[in-house]
Structure formats: C-alpha cells, structure tokens
Design a protein around this ligand. Structure first.
Ligand SMILES: [Zn+2]
Length: 101
C-alpha cells in the first residue's frame, strides 16, 4: 500500500483562516478494482468540520488512486467551504516524491 501521510493547510473560504489537516493511512477507506495491470485501489479521506474562527461549514474530500499496486497514480480533491488552489498539486508533489524514495 502507498503512503498516505499528508500534512496540508487549507484556507476557510469565509474568513481566510488556515486549518491544518494531517492524515495517515488509517484515515483513509480503500476500495479495490481489478484492471489490466492488477488492482487499482481508490483511497478516500473525508472530513466534515466547522471553521474554529467563523463557524463556516467545511467538507474536505481527498481521493488518491493507487495503480498499479504500490504506485501513486493521481489524486482528486473535492468538497466545499475552502479555497481549492494548489491542494491537488501539493498532494501530487508529495506523492511523486514518495514514489521515488
Ligand atoms: Zn472561517
């Protein structure tokens, strides 16, 4: 299984506050699907929270695709209530570095 350790800062869309999100593998739920090069695994992390500074409702979802096995493929970020700029790129960058360790 790939490493799903992320330390991310997202910004509240209402007040601009920075909220830190730390993940490890156990925060993700995983689903496998068989493809031509073996199993593709979709890892999902979902966090529903309230901004500690303004009470804004935030939903943050990361999908990380592992394919082939033990290899980071790509990620998808969704949800609402926060600025999305650069989050997916950050995850791609971190994961690419991990692929090369
Ligand atoms: Zn806020």
């Amino acid at each position: 299984m790939i490493n799903l350790v992320y330390n991310l800062n997202i910004r509240c869309k209402k007040c601009g506050s920075t909220i830190n999100i730390n993940t490890t593998n156990r925060h993700f739920t995983s689903v496998e699907e068989e493809r031509s090069l073996g199993y593709e695994t979709e890892h999902e992390y979902k966090k529903v929270m309230v901004c500690p500074d303004c009470g804004n409702h935030i939903e943050f979802i990361i999908l990380v695709y592992e394919y082939p096995n033990n290899w980071y493929n790509c990620s998808d970020i969704s949800g609402f209530g926060y600025f999305k700029d650069n989050i997916a790129e950050t995850i791609d960058k971190i994961s690419d570095i991990m692929n090369n360790i």
